[in-house]
Design a protein around this ligand. Structure first.
Ligand code: SF4
Length: 379
């Protein structure tokens, strides 16, 4: 297949759905006894709902929505620290649009902007670099947020700032990594997971081997997948086929984009600029060892944590979630968004209680956008 339309071909999708159904029947998978497949990435969650795959697929497959939305897993304490930096009078705070409406304990960045903070939406860290060049009397801070997909571009911006000696540019680093939370979920005795759909964009950077432990140590299949409907259906079929054959390996359905060993240039930039934090807090998952990145001391001049004395200390962590918010349970796949008592009532895209309702990769946003709003209206 060469063109996007071919990956949305109804005949190909129907053939895959029929083969999935036959495989489910052979496995004895039913609605009451489904195969639990976690799609780790929020982009996949949105594709599943955008194309109605949850409704079309055999009832013996249950999609469990994973924690792969970086905005959703950002702890409230870090949103508070963003606001704290952004409200300094000399600061221009730059962020991707997704993060603007994520609620903090005190306020969101959107509310801070309304209150007078100079907060700008950017499309790339390079936009923030340009703002720093044009505003030498101001401190320009880029909100570095995301998994391995966005980590390299922030690293390249820091390297460029170092080359130019741009002393008024820094990064508030909240970059996180995918394999560690998967391990945390697999170690959780309450989680029932039979296989995984692996993240496509993250894997473009890191390749497929960082997931080897899922198959080797936990005996679970994982298939790195693309984002079109036939990509996802083929990946589900590959997971089911492994289960049927009693195999557990890492497979790459998205080989047209994902190199087996990742992107060498990106990996070199990551290694040069970042080191692992001993631990990092994930909203809904708690502290996960070695799951966050911080800027190496050699680039300390471009580290907003250093510049504004925002240490990642215990005192700044574990800010309680709002009353009645079930974000943690949704993020770990324990409940579906519509089972949250706040869904569509205390929490809507206009008045969000949790980040999952406003992030473009949030599970609650997907349910709301592709049917949840109608379901609540019909109640
Ligand atoms: S509906 Fe709102 S409060 Fe409930 S889990 Fe989703 S984002 Fe969190």
């Amino acid at each position: 297949m060469k063109f996007a339309s071919e990956f949305r071909d109804p005949a190909a999708a129907k053939a895959l759905l029929a083969e999935i159904a036959r495989t489910c029947d052979r496995l004895g998978a039913t609605r009451a006894k489904p195969v639990h497949i976690m799609e780790i990435c929020g982009g996949h969650t949105h594709s599943i709902f955008r194309y109605g795959l949850d409704k079309l697929i055999h009832e013996g497959v249950e999609f469990i929505h994973g924690p792969g939305c970086p905005v959703c897993v950002l702890p409230m304490s870090r949103v508070d620290e963003c606001v704290q930096i952004a409200e300094k009078p000399q600061v221009i705070f730059c962020t991707f649009g997704d993060a603007m409406r994520v609620p903090g304990h005190r306020k969101s960045l959107m509310q801070a902007k309304a209150d007078g903070a100079d907060i700008r939406m950017v499309y790339s860290p390079l936009d923030a670099l340009e703002l720093a060049r044009r505003n030498p009397a101001r401190e320009v801070v880029f909100f570095g947020l995301g998994f391995e997909t966005t980590t390299p571009s922030t690293a390249l911006a820091i390297q460029q700032a170092a080359r130019e000696g741009l002393g008024n540019f820094s990064v508030f680093c909240n970059h996180i990594t995918v394999p560690e939370p998967i391990k945390a979920l697999l170690d959780d005795p309450e989680m029932v997971l039979d296989g995984f759909i692996g993240p496509g964009h993250v894997s473009m950077v890191i390749g497929i081997h960082p997931y080897d432990f899922i198959a080797a140590d936990y005996g679970k299949p994982i298939v790195v997948a693309g984002f079109e409907p036939t990509d996802l259906l083929q990946s589900v079929l590959m997971v089911l086929t492994q289960i049927e054959q009693g195999r557990a390996v890492v497979e790459n359905q998205y080989a047209r984009v994902v190199p087996e060993h990742g992107n060498a240039v990106s990996l070199a930039a990551i290694a040069d600029v970042y080191e692992r934090r001993p631990t990092f807090e994930w909203r809904g998952l708690g502290e996960i060892d070695a799951s966050g990145l911080r800027i190496r001391p050699r680039y300390a001049a471009f580290d907003a944590e250093e510049k504004f004395a925002i240490g990642y200390g215990a005192a700044s962590r574990n800010v309680p979630e709002p009353e009645g918010c079930a974000c943690g349970a949704v993020m770990t796949g324990r409940i579906k968004p519509t089972a949250c008592p706040q869904f569509g009532k205390g929490c809507t895209p206009d008045m969000p209680l949790g980040a999952l309702m406003v992030s473009s990769e949030g599970a609650c946003a997907a349910y709301w956008q592709y049917g949840g709003a109608r379901a609540v209206a019909a109640e």
